[in-house]
Ligand binder design. Sequence first.
Ligand code: NAP
Length: 324
Amino acid sequence: VKQRQLGKDGPWLTEIGLGAWAIGGPWQWGWGPQDDRDSIATIQKALDLGVNWIDTAPVYGLGHSEEIVAQAIAGKRQQVFIATKCGLVWDDRGRVRNNNRPESIRRECEASLKRLNTDYIDLYQIHWPDPDTPVEDSWGEMVRLKEEGKVRYIGVSNFGVDLLEKCEAIHHVNSLQPPYSLVHRLRYPEVEQEILPWCQRHGVGVVVYSPLQNGLLTGKFTRERLQQLPPDDWRRKSEFFQEPLFSQILEFVEALKPIAEKYGKTLTELAIAWVLQNPAVTAAIVGARRPEQVKEQVGASGWTLDADDLEAIESLSRQIFSRG
Ligand SMILES: NC(=O)c1ccc[n+]([C@@H]2O[C@H](COP(=O)([O-])OP(=O)(O)OC[C@H]3O[C@@H](n4cnc5c(N)ncnc54)[C@H](OP(=O)(O)O)[C@@H]3O)[C@@H](O)[C@H]2O)c1
């Protein structure tokens, strides 16, 4: 898997990072049942295939994802770049809320270090904005954690340009983690049109999340699959899994098939390669729950779509998503 530098002075990351959200197992925003043995085998498969980093968060499975990551990489800490987050905390009934206050960030950092069984986090990211805490206060604490060596690089996720500017004025933002996929961009054009260009201009690395739109762009997701999703799979609540958008996405994916086939690639590979082709993007964080899934994903690295095909994809999206 090819590597790229995270922003103007960051570390070298493989263009595909393993996303460990679903691996957290059941919670309010879980993906239904998940077998820990599959999760560990998936992480180890990714590392064997050359993926050099993992994105997790305390909130994924309320601590469980971080613990599984630690188990899977035991004895290999130096070889793996670990990205985790702060800012979503839960109470003893498992109810999640935002908290980006400095003292909470520090407490979370210590808890993640324990769960991850490490004495440093490679990339520490603020998960979501917190309207109740001045961003300068939160970012100031991130800078202190970096100065103390508890974290090596600091970034943010789900931030717009206004918040990014406030952070950058205090200390360079090593990375932004925004949502970005072939279909997300059609609903939320500001990521592609404003936020990614801003990051490129400021040397901020970009690690995009959900490039497969949570599995919808793999070509393997069907109406039947949606009906069979376990009741506690959060995707039942996602706007992308509701009509009419859901059917439009299935139609779009079907129309992309001949383009992928031209390159001898699958739809999964095409969807990931497409986000990687944006010049602002450093890497794609792709979720996987079973080893075969990562095996397919890594085929997205190291090739590009021709300009004609990018144009064909653009016009297909205009045709399909402008209706209804
Ligand atoms: N910062 C944030 O707010 C934020 C938000 C979302 C995600 N993220 C990060 O980004 C990562 C990736 O996003 P994501 O997990 O939401 O979505 P994704 O990468 O778009 O999709 C991952 C899902 O697609 C399915 N899949 C993956 N590879 C496949 C393959 N080869 N064939 C068939 N199905 C396949 C799997 O689900 P099934 O097998 O169940 O279909 C998998 O869980 C997360 O794990 C997390 O680390 C961050």
